[in-house]
Design a protein around this ligand. Structure first.
Ligand code: FAD
Ligand code: ZN
Length: 471
């Protein structure tokens, strides 16, 4: 550890005893993620409570040229919020900045500090009869700042967009300690570069997000959910187009589940049951929602599915008749990663292709990996409505787990080459962090990479803001 003790003393003075974590055991939770892929060290963890404290921390670190690693709820899983192993970085954790600064129901906006837990922002919106639509499995612990830094998506992107579409304004502490106040609440603003977009999805490499103005929507009053069995993957696109059109584009979620995913859920997760009479090769979990209490979505959904069955687009379907049934259907989708874990080792891909290309991608990538890894079981599921598939590979039955996981990079190369060929993305949700830096360098064009490096060096010339992440 080479960090000047004087800096640590001054940092501790800025954030006070409640904001200073210097003890090795207390620092531990900030140094690794749940999957444990990376284990870092830090000279200190600071937990500032105000934007002014964040700015002072950054100014001091800039003066001493000591790198900073922003961290939110630490759910990212690609090492973006974890310091490197040499112990000369400061982790700046935003969890104490958790105030809702304001909610303007008439403007359909909420202003929240970066450390607000996502579920708390959802609740604050609901209390004001509004919806904050970002929703994902980590919502009980991930933070708004982390959601912004990773441009989080979730299960309602099809209708409401990613975080990028949900942010109207930002407050950011820049790498030199200046505070950029971009907390506008405007829906139209054509006054030059849209600076906030630079910080969204930047994974903390360009500055520290301290607060945001977020879009709200009318609260849904009518929500209808169906599990649809399909004989043929190609039909899924026709089903998506039909429900979007028939419902006046009220589809909020459209998730793909393969039969093997359902089988694994039924085998490994207690309390799950197949809601349809016969097995089908593919399923779509479809959810419609409307803020109008007289939405009539149930009739629309049932009518659309009935016609689709008559036309041979759909094999069978069930529409949830109660809240319990609705959550039972969602559970079948949500437990797939957990069920896969219990089945043995899995090699994961978090990829996106144009929606219209998903079936072709799944077919081609499946053939590729089955040829390379005989016996491998492809579990391709996820946000079909966004073209985002979790193309996960489960080890062959009885195979050696470690040997299978040893094929991780080879499998990644095969799948990502196919993704690239179809104009897709190698990271649709979790970002690049440390884990996918090599892949990014391989699949981005030289022009892409040069522009990214120029932006990085223009905003962070000293390279102190989360260095070694993304690029
Ligand atoms: P962290 O993990 O703490 O940090 C993530 C990155 O953001 C790091 O690079 C960090 O340096 C940076 N960062 C954090 N806070 C700030 C800040 N205030 N200013 C600047 N940089 C900052 N994603 C989806 O898109 N869709 C999903 O469906 C989805 N499902 C998930 C399910 C689970 C169970 C889990 C664990 C994750 C899932 N994710 C999903 C990923 C999720 O979006 C991210 O984990 C989350 O948004 C990160 O928030 P966090 O507060 O935990 O950030
Ligand atoms: Zn996902």
């Amino acid at each position: 550890m080479t960090v000047d003790a004087a800096l640590l003393e001054r940092l501790a003075a800025v954030v006070g005893p409640a904001g200073c974590v210097a003890d090795a055991a207390a620092m531990e939770p900030y140094l690794t993620e749940e999957r444990g892929l990376f284990r870092g060290r830090a000279a200190m963890v600071v937990r500032p409570a105000t934007t002014a404290e964040v700015a002072e921390v950054v100014r001091l670190c800039a003066a001493y040229r000591v790198p900073l690693v922003p961290q939110g709820g630490n759910t990212g899983l690609v090492g973006g919020g974890i310091p490197f192993e040499n112990g000369d970085e400061i982790v700046i954790a935003l969890g104490r900045m958790n105030r809702i600064r304001g909610l303007d129901a008439a403007n359909f906006t909420i202003t929240a500090e970066a450390g607000c837990i996502l579920a708390d922002v959802q609740r604050a919106a609901a209390d004001a009869d509004r919806l904050f639509p970002l929703s994902l499995a980590a919502e009980g612990s991930c933070q708004i700042g982390g959601n912004i830094a990773t441009n989080a998506g979730g299960v309602a992107v099809l209708r409401y967009g990613n975080m990028r579409e949900l942010v109207l304004g930002l407050e950011v502490v820049l790498p030199d300690g200046q505070v950029w106040n971009g907390l506008g609440a405007l829906r139209k603003d054509n006054t030059g570069y849209d600076l906030k977009q630079l910080f969204i999805g930047a994974e903390g490499t360009l500055g520290i997000v301290t607060a945001a103005v977020l879009k709200l929507f009318p609260k849904p009053a009518d929500v209808q959910t169906a599990l649809v069995g399909l004989a043929d993957l190609d039909r899924v696109l026709e089903l998506l187009a039909r429900v979007r059109t028939a419902s006046g584009d009220a589809v909020t979620a459209f998730e793909l589940i393969p039969r093997i995913g359902l089988d694994l859920a039924l085998r490994h997760v207690a309390g799950t049951a197949d809601p349809l009479d016969a097995p089908h090769p593919w399923y779509a979990l479809v959810e419609l929602s409307s803020s109008s209490p007289a939405g009539g979505l149930r009739d629309i959904l049932e009518g659309t599915l009935m016609a689709a069955i008559d036309d041979g687009v759909v094999a069978d379907a069930v529409v949830a008749a109660s809240l319990e049934q609705r959550s039972a259907l969602w559970r079948l989708r949500e437990v797939i990663p957990e069920a896969q874990k219990r089945e043995g080792g899995s090699i994961k891909h978090d990829v996106a292709v144009p929606v219209s290309t998903v079936p072709a991608f799944i077919r081609a990538a499946t053939a590729d990996v089955e040829a390379a890894l005989p016996g491998v079981r492809v579990v391709a599921f996820g946000h079909l409505g966004d073209g985002n598939i979790h193309f996960n590979l489960t080890q062959p039955p009885g195979a050696d787990r470690a040997a299978f996981l040893g094929e991780w990079e080879r499998a990644n190369r095969i799948v990502h080459d196919r993704v690239a060929q179809l104009g897709g993305s190698i990271s649709a949700e979790h970002g690049i962090g440390r884990l996918k830096r090599g892949e990014l360098a391989r699949y981005k064009s030289a022009v892409d990479l040069e522009l990214m490096r120029k932006i990085k060096s223009a905003i962070d010339p000293a390279g102190i803001m989360n260095p070694g992440k993304i690029l």
